[in-house]
Design a protein. Structure first.
Length: 261
Protein backbone atom coordinates (compact mmCIF):
# COMPACT_ATOMS: atom_id res chain seq x y z
CA UNK A 1 0.00 0.00 0.00
CA UNK A 2 2.93 2.36 0.69
CA UNK A 3 3.77 2.67 -3.02
CA UNK A 4 0.28 3.47 -4.35
CA UNK A 5 0.22 7.24 -3.72
CA UNK A 6 3.31 8.05 -5.91
CA UNK A 7 1.68 6.16 -8.84
CA UNK A 8 -1.56 8.12 -8.35
CA UNK A 9 0.36 11.41 -8.19
CA UNK A 10 2.32 10.67 -11.37
CA UNK A 11 -0.88 9.67 -13.20
CA UNK A 12 -2.52 12.92 -12.06
CA UNK A 13 0.42 14.93 -13.38
CA UNK A 14 0.24 13.25 -16.80
CA UNK A 15 -3.48 14.01 -17.06
CA UNK A 16 -2.97 17.64 -16.00
CA UNK A 17 -0.20 18.23 -18.55
CA UNK A 18 -2.34 16.71 -21.28
CA UNK A 19 -5.24 18.96 -20.31
CA UNK A 20 -3.08 22.11 -20.27
CA UNK A 21 -1.27 21.29 -23.50
CA UNK A 22 2.28 20.09 -24.22
CA UNK A 23 3.34 23.52 -25.40
CA UNK A 24 2.38 25.30 -22.11
CA UNK A 25 2.91 22.95 -19.16
CA UNK A 26 3.39 25.97 -16.88
CA UNK A 27 -0.35 26.62 -17.07
CA UNK A 28 -0.85 24.43 -13.98
CA UNK A 29 2.42 24.75 -12.02
CA UNK A 30 0.89 24.99 -8.52
CA UNK A 31 -1.35 21.97 -9.03
CA UNK A 32 1.54 19.83 -10.25
CA UNK A 33 3.73 20.87 -7.30
CA UNK A 34 1.02 20.08 -4.77
CA UNK A 35 0.50 16.63 -6.25
CA UNK A 36 4.10 15.56 -5.54
CA UNK A 37 4.71 17.27 -2.18
CA UNK A 38 5.66 14.80 0.58
CA UNK A 39 3.26 14.41 3.50
CA UNK A 40 4.09 16.44 6.64
CA UNK A 41 5.41 14.17 9.44
CA UNK A 42 2.93 13.80 12.28
CA UNK A 43 3.47 13.77 16.04
CA UNK A 44 2.76 10.04 15.93
CA UNK A 45 6.10 9.60 14.17
CA UNK A 46 7.80 10.06 17.53
CA UNK A 47 9.01 13.67 17.35
CA UNK A 48 6.84 16.56 18.57
CA UNK A 49 6.25 19.31 16.06
CA UNK A 50 6.20 23.01 16.84
CA UNK A 51 2.79 24.62 16.95
CA UNK A 52 1.56 28.06 16.03
CA UNK A 53 2.21 30.49 18.86
CA UNK A 54 -0.72 32.90 19.27
CA UNK A 55 0.87 34.15 22.48
CA UNK A 56 -1.29 37.24 22.87
CA UNK A 57 -4.48 35.14 22.89
CA UNK A 58 -3.40 32.77 25.68
CA UNK A 59 -3.98 33.47 29.40
CA UNK A 60 -1.21 33.14 31.94
CA UNK A 61 -1.17 29.59 33.33
CA UNK A 62 -2.11 30.81 36.81
CA UNK A 63 -5.33 32.22 35.31
CA UNK A 64 -6.13 29.42 32.85
CA UNK A 65 -9.42 27.56 33.26
CA UNK A 66 -9.79 23.92 32.33
CA UNK A 67 -12.73 21.87 31.17
CA UNK A 68 -14.41 19.32 33.45
CA UNK A 69 -16.54 17.28 31.06
CA UNK A 70 -16.45 14.66 29.74
CA UNK A 71 -12.75 14.46 30.71
CA UNK A 72 -10.85 17.00 32.76
CA UNK A 73 -8.56 18.99 30.48
CA UNK A 74 -6.37 21.89 31.66
CA UNK A 75 -6.59 25.08 29.65
CA UNK A 76 -3.89 26.07 27.18
CA UNK A 77 -1.81 28.91 28.59
CA UNK A 78 1.57 30.65 28.70
CA UNK A 79 4.36 31.30 31.19
CA UNK A 80 6.83 34.18 30.95
CA UNK A 81 10.18 33.89 32.67
CA UNK A 82 11.60 37.01 34.25
CA UNK A 83 15.12 35.62 34.63
CA UNK A 84 18.10 36.54 32.45
CA UNK A 85 16.93 34.33 29.53
CA UNK A 86 13.41 35.80 29.38
CA UNK A 87 11.82 32.80 27.66
CA UNK A 88 8.10 32.37 27.09
CA UNK A 89 6.53 28.92 27.45
CA UNK A 90 3.46 28.04 25.38
CA UNK A 91 1.59 25.23 27.11
CA UNK A 92 -0.92 23.02 25.30
CA UNK A 93 -2.76 19.87 26.36
CA UNK A 94 -4.21 16.95 24.45
CA UNK A 95 -5.62 13.51 25.21
CA UNK A 96 -2.96 10.82 24.97
CA UNK A 97 -2.86 7.05 25.34
CA UNK A 98 -5.09 5.51 27.99
CA UNK A 99 -7.11 8.74 28.28
CA UNK A 100 -4.16 10.38 30.04
CA UNK A 101 -3.46 14.02 29.34
CA UNK A 102 -0.33 14.94 27.42
CA UNK A 103 1.27 18.35 27.91
CA UNK A 104 3.29 19.93 25.09
CA UNK A 105 5.63 22.85 25.70
CA UNK A 106 6.97 25.35 23.16
CA UNK A 107 9.91 27.36 24.51
CA UNK A 108 10.19 30.67 22.66
CA UNK A 109 12.75 33.44 22.69
CA UNK A 110 12.18 37.15 23.15
CA UNK A 111 11.49 37.45 19.41
CA UNK A 112 8.77 34.77 19.52
CA UNK A 113 10.81 32.16 17.62
CA UNK A 114 10.34 28.58 18.87
CA UNK A 115 13.63 27.36 20.35
CA UNK A 116 12.50 23.99 21.67
CA UNK A 117 9.39 21.80 21.64
CA UNK A 118 8.90 18.78 23.90
CA UNK A 119 6.27 16.61 25.54
CA UNK A 120 6.07 16.29 29.31
CA UNK A 121 5.11 13.01 30.99
CA UNK A 122 1.39 12.29 30.61
CA UNK A 123 -0.81 12.26 33.71
CA UNK A 124 -4.42 11.57 34.69
CA UNK A 125 -5.06 15.07 36.02
CA UNK A 126 -2.08 17.38 35.63
CA UNK A 127 -2.02 20.82 37.16
CA UNK A 128 -0.98 23.87 35.17
CA UNK A 129 2.83 24.18 35.10
CA UNK A 130 4.71 27.00 36.76
CA UNK A 131 8.19 28.54 36.86
CA UNK A 132 10.29 28.83 40.00
CA UNK A 133 13.95 29.34 40.87
CA UNK A 134 14.45 26.18 42.94
CA UNK A 135 18.02 26.81 44.07
CA UNK A 136 18.34 30.60 44.03
CA UNK A 137 20.80 30.78 41.11
CA UNK A 138 18.81 33.33 39.12
CA UNK A 139 17.39 30.86 36.56
CA UNK A 140 13.81 29.57 36.51
CA UNK A 141 13.05 25.86 36.40
CA UNK A 142 9.90 24.66 34.61
CA UNK A 143 7.76 22.55 36.94
CA UNK A 144 4.74 20.39 36.08
CA UNK A 145 2.71 18.96 38.95
CA UNK A 146 0.52 15.89 38.68
CA UNK A 147 -2.76 15.67 40.58
CA UNK A 148 -2.29 15.80 44.35
CA UNK A 149 -3.37 12.85 46.49
CA UNK A 150 -5.60 12.68 49.53
CA UNK A 151 -3.15 14.45 51.86
CA UNK A 152 -1.87 16.86 49.22
CA UNK A 153 1.26 15.02 48.09
CA UNK A 154 1.96 14.90 44.38
CA UNK A 155 4.73 14.52 41.84
CA UNK A 156 6.65 17.52 40.52
CA UNK A 157 8.32 16.93 37.15
CA UNK A 158 11.25 19.33 37.00
CA UNK A 159 12.92 20.70 33.85
CA UNK A 160 16.28 22.39 34.28
CA UNK A 161 17.77 24.89 31.79
CA UNK A 162 21.22 24.21 30.40
CA UNK A 163 23.67 26.95 31.28
CA UNK A 164 25.24 27.32 27.84
CA UNK A 165 22.34 26.85 25.42
CA UNK A 166 18.60 27.58 25.13
CA UNK A 167 17.45 24.09 26.08
CA UNK A 168 15.48 22.64 28.97
CA UNK A 169 16.28 19.11 30.15
CA UNK A 170 14.13 16.83 32.29
CA UNK A 171 15.98 16.73 35.61
CA UNK A 172 13.73 14.22 37.39
CA UNK A 173 10.66 14.07 39.62
CA UNK A 174 10.26 15.24 43.20
CA UNK A 175 7.41 13.93 45.36
CA UNK A 176 5.82 16.04 48.07
CA UNK A 177 3.18 18.59 48.98
CA UNK A 178 5.16 21.69 48.11
CA UNK A 179 8.65 22.73 47.07
CA UNK A 180 10.90 25.02 49.07
CA UNK A 181 14.61 25.78 49.04
CA UNK A 182 17.39 26.38 51.53
CA UNK A 183 19.72 29.36 51.67
CA UNK A 184 22.62 27.17 50.52
CA UNK A 185 20.98 25.78 47.39
CA UNK A 186 19.13 22.60 48.40
CA UNK A 187 15.65 21.83 47.08
CA UNK A 188 13.21 20.86 49.82
CA UNK A 189 10.10 18.69 49.40
CA UNK A 190 7.85 18.25 52.42
CA UNK A 191 5.89 14.99 52.31
CA UNK A 192 2.91 14.62 54.58
CA UNK A 193 2.80 11.24 56.32
CA UNK A 194 0.25 10.97 59.12
CA UNK A 195 -0.95 13.36 61.82
CA UNK A 196 2.37 13.16 63.68
CA UNK A 197 4.98 12.63 60.96
CA UNK A 198 6.44 14.76 58.19
CA UNK A 199 9.07 13.48 55.76
CA UNK A 200 11.41 16.12 54.37
CA UNK A 201 13.39 15.33 51.23
CA UNK A 202 16.52 17.29 50.27
CA UNK A 203 17.81 17.31 46.70
CA UNK A 204 20.23 19.35 44.61
CA UNK A 205 21.20 19.69 40.96
CA UNK A 206 24.21 17.93 39.56
CA UNK A 207 24.49 19.78 36.25
CA UNK A 208 20.94 19.29 34.86
CA UNK A 209 19.98 16.23 36.92
CA UNK A 210 18.37 16.00 40.35
CA UNK A 211 20.49 14.31 43.00
CA UNK A 212 18.98 12.84 46.18
CA UNK A 213 20.90 14.15 49.20
CA UNK A 214 18.98 13.02 52.28
CA UNK A 215 15.57 12.59 53.90
CA UNK A 216 14.61 13.25 57.51
CA UNK A 217 11.49 12.52 59.55
CA UNK A 218 10.11 15.09 61.94
CA UNK A 219 7.55 14.06 64.51
CA UNK A 220 5.29 15.74 67.01
CA UNK A 221 4.88 12.52 69.04
CA UNK A 222 6.20 12.20 72.59
CA UNK A 223 7.83 8.76 72.26
CA UNK A 224 10.05 9.44 69.24
CA UNK A 225 12.94 11.74 68.48
CA UNK A 226 11.74 15.06 67.02
CA UNK A 227 14.07 14.60 64.05
CA UNK A 228 15.59 11.42 62.62
CA UNK A 229 17.28 10.25 59.44
CA UNK A 230 15.10 8.19 57.09
CA UNK A 231 17.12 5.66 55.09
CA UNK A 232 14.12 3.85 53.59
CA UNK A 233 14.13 5.92 50.41
CA UNK A 234 17.35 4.34 49.17
CA UNK A 235 21.00 5.22 48.75
CA UNK A 236 21.87 8.86 49.17
CA UNK A 237 23.78 10.43 46.30
CA UNK A 238 25.97 12.26 48.76
CA UNK A 239 28.73 11.41 51.20
CA UNK A 240 26.97 12.84 54.25
CA UNK A 241 26.86 10.58 57.30
CA UNK A 242 23.69 10.24 59.38
CA UNK A 243 25.20 12.52 62.02
CA UNK A 244 26.00 15.15 59.39
CA UNK A 245 22.48 14.93 57.97
CA UNK A 246 20.97 15.54 61.41
CA UNK A 247 23.34 18.42 62.11
CA UNK A 248 22.80 20.10 58.76
CA UNK A 249 19.08 19.63 58.12
CA UNK A 250 17.22 19.25 61.41
CA UNK A 251 15.73 22.59 62.39
CA UNK A 252 16.78 24.24 59.13
CA UNK A 253 14.57 27.07 57.91
CA UNK A 254 13.36 27.06 54.31
CA UNK A 255 12.55 29.79 51.83
CA UNK A 256 9.44 29.29 49.75
CA UNK A 257 10.24 28.65 46.10
CA UNK A 258 7.67 31.14 44.87
CA UNK A 259 6.28 30.61 41.36
CA UNK A 260 7.36 33.26 38.87
CA UNK A 261 4.29 34.90 37.28
Amino acid sequence: MGRIWPIVAITACVLLVSACGHDSPAACPSTTKAAVTSPVPSVAAGKPTATAVPTAELPMCADAKGSGAPLYMPGDCKLISHDSAGYTFIVRHETGLGAKIQTMIDVTGRDGAVLQTFYATSADRPQEPFLADLVGDGRDELILQSDAGAVGNGGYEVYRPKSNKPEYVRAGTIFGKELDRTADGYIVAQIHGDAEHMYIDFEKFQATQLQFVAEIITTSGKTEAPCAVDNDKGSRQSELTDAEVLQRFCGMEYAKAEPAH
